[in-house]
Write a protein that binds this ligand. Structure first.
Ligand code: HGY
Ligand code: MN
Ligand code: MN
Length: 432
């Protein structure tokens, strides 16, 4: 006979109707965030933790240790997605999940992704300490390779879970040294069948991700928490520009087919296309520019650009890509260079689920906090989890909106608020 529910459980299940205090161990959580930040390929405060690096392996071991200490059952899939499960009263029900990533781009900070992983763990521990017992199991997911640093594509782990990339497509991915996914995952100890990574719709009841905003809005407006309704659609393209090299002194200007000068025109054309869509949601960046031969006194003969274009509206985003390709045709003809494109990814946006949004709203009220609805301009694993489960995201402010930099910072006050609301939301969903 199922154990009768404690007052805390009853309150957490129906949320706003009856207030219940749950206490986040924010001091303990901050020290764990600080400890994880020390596991880096860079010297503190720089956090660099590229997937399948030695630092990534140490970070995974640290987080798994914390999950085991909380009594969670751990499993890892063939590409390194890690699942830490708090068994519910009815293990046969589809679990509720939370989580994020611990990999970090070069020269990053301590909070991107980590707040959702260690904060998700603390949300589970907070519920455990309150005497709550979920009907549905609650799983913490640490997604592998959320950042595009290693393979040039973001969210590789959640993309594979959602079936948005096949094992065959994933196996051709290589890093800059030419090492492929198989070699790197095996070196990190992940040897299972890649076909088993893909999950089915319904495998999870819901997914809620806690994350720093990575933008200035929440802090600027002093509104506290952000409930994310849409996640922008990211596209990433590689551009190869092939011109003619030559001596920087002897090659006269009329004779040149300078690949970097052509690339500079493309970068400005991309910026203009993004600025002129009429929508503030359109963003475009060229974050990688490789010049060959890269000598000061040699005319660049080959340039590789990597571009990142996003918008909450995929048609508007694709309009920018079309404008870029149009500009490339004109520049190639006028400058006598060859320009080719390779699409790395062009993903649709995600819409968060009304029922999960309502659970977040009710939990915010129950926690006595305030929030605003907003769009996520950064992409997250929720973008792909949305293809197999109802999702929503909860944002906390980060100082100055800074992210992907060593001075990225989120205060204990807002981290505690985010974990408090996340815990209540997971409790509510796990009893539905
Ligand atoms: O680039 C992004 O949006 C994410 O932070 N990887
Ligand atoms: Mn990031
Ligand atoms: Mn992130």
């Amino acid at each position: 006979m199922a154990k009768s529910r404690t007052p805390v459980e009853k309150a957490l299940e129906n949320g706003a109707e009856t207030r219940v205090e749950i206490s986040v161990d924010i001091a303990g959580l901050m020290s764990e965030i600080e400890a994880l930040a020390q596991i880096s390929e860079g010297d503190p405060p720089v956090v660099t933790r590229v997937v399948f690096s030695e630092a990534d392996s140490r970070a995974r071991a640290y987080v798994k240790e914390l999950c085991q200490a909380a009594g969670l059952a751990i499993r890892e899939d063939a590409v390194g997605n890690t699942f830490a499960r708090w068994e519910g009263r009815d293990p046969a029900l589809a679990p509720v999940a939370t989580g994020s990533h611990i990999d970090a781009i070069p020269n990053a900070g301590a909070y991107d992704g980590v707040v959702g992983v260690l904060g998700g763990l603390e949300a589970i521990r907070t519920l455990q300490r309150s005497g709550f017992r979920p009907n549905r199991s609650i799983e913490l997911i640490i997604f592998t390779s959320e950042e595009p640093t290693r393979f040039g594509i973001g969210c590789l782990g959640s993309r594979m879970m959602a079936g948005a990339i096949s094992p065959e497509q994933a196996l051709v991915l290589q890093d800059k040294t030419g090492r492929g996914l198989d070699e790197l995952r095996h070196s990190a100890g992940f040897t299972g069948d890649l076909a088993a990574v893909k999950l089915a719709a319904g495998d999870y009841n819901s997914f809620v991700e806690l994350h720093i905003e990575q933008g200035p809005l929440l802090e600027r407006e002093g509104l506290g928490l952000g409930v994310v309704t849409h996640i922008a659609a990211p596209a990433s393209l590689r551009i190869l520009i092939e011109g003619e090299g030559g001596h920087a002194g002897a090659m006269l200007m009329p004779d040149r087919h300078d690949a970097l000068a052509a690339g500079a025109e493309l970068i400005l054309a991309l910026e203009t296309a993004a600025k002129t869509t009429g929508a503030i949601d359109t963003v475009a960046t060229v974050g990688v520019c490789e010049v060959f031969p890269g000598a000061v006194n040699s005319v660049p003969s080959r340039v590789r650009l990597e571009t990142d274009v996003r918008d909450t509206d995929s048609a508007r985003r694709d309009g920018v890509l079309t404008a870029l390709k149009g500009a490339a045709t004109e520049v190639a003809a006028r400058r006598g260079v060859r320009i080719s494109f390779e699409t790395v990814n062009a993903d649709p946006p995600a819409t968060c689920d009304p029922a999960i949004l309502a659970a977040l709203d009710a939990s915010i009220v129950a926690a006595g906090r305030s929030a605003r609805r907003m769009v996520s301009r950064a992409y997250h694993d929720s973008l792909f989890m949305a293809r197999i489960a109802p999702v929503a995201m909860l944002f906390i402010p980060c100082r100055g909106g800074v992210s992907h930099r060593p001075d990225e910072y989120a205060s204990p006050h807002w981290i505690e608020a985010g974990v408090d609301v996340l815990a209540r939301t997971l409790a509510r969903l796990a009893c539905q």
